[in-house]
Design a protein. Structure first.
Length: 163
């Protein structure tokens, strides 16, 4: 009789454990599908924002100095928010936007420093685009605006992928 009770207890725990594992596996599938959707929408967003950002560097129309120098910083922030969200889709969107803002501000202040290795990196278009060449206090509000828009954009992606 004792063996039968032990058998029933073990069987109950076995079945419960199997059910828990099945439910975790099901949740994991949903989660991986959600991450796939986030990455797909983020990649699509990157494909949209990248040419706009590069175009802002070559724009020659009215207010071209403002578009080339200041407004481009807003697009730059949005781009990096999207890139980091693509790489880390489980991260909190506010944290990504904040870190992008902090890193970009550090890069802005690095423009005050001109060691040989940074000058070497700034000698090509991509280096100038990422590191910048001259410090400007007025770029920081555009970085703040871009991080805010980036955060909002990431929230929209997140909301559209959770059902």
């Amino acid at each position: 009789m004792q063996d039968y009770k032990n058998f029933l207890i073990c069987n109950f725990f076995n079945q419960t454990f199997i059910q828990v594992l099945k439910s975790l596996n099901k949740a994991n599938k949903i989660n991986s599908s959600n991450i796939y959707k986030k990455r797909l929408r983020t990649l699509f967003s990157i494909i949209i924002i990248t040419p706009i950002g590069f175009y802002s560097k070559f724009y020659n129309g009215p207010a071209h100095n403002w578009v080339n120098d200041s407004f481009g910083g807003t697009l730059y922030e949005i781009f990096w928010c999207l890139v980091f969200y693509f790489l880390f889709p489980k991260s909190k969107t506010w944290l990504i936007a904040l870190l992008v803002l902090i890193i970009t501000c550090i890069l802005e202040f690095l423009q005050l420093w001109h060691p040989l290795f940074l000058e070497y990196l700034r000698n090509n278009f991509i280096g100038r685009t990422i590191l910048g060449v001259s410090f400007n206090w007025f770029d920081i509000p555009y970085y703040l605006l871009g991080s805010g828009i980036g955060w909002f954009w990431l929230k929209k992606i997140e909301k559209s992928t959770t059902s």
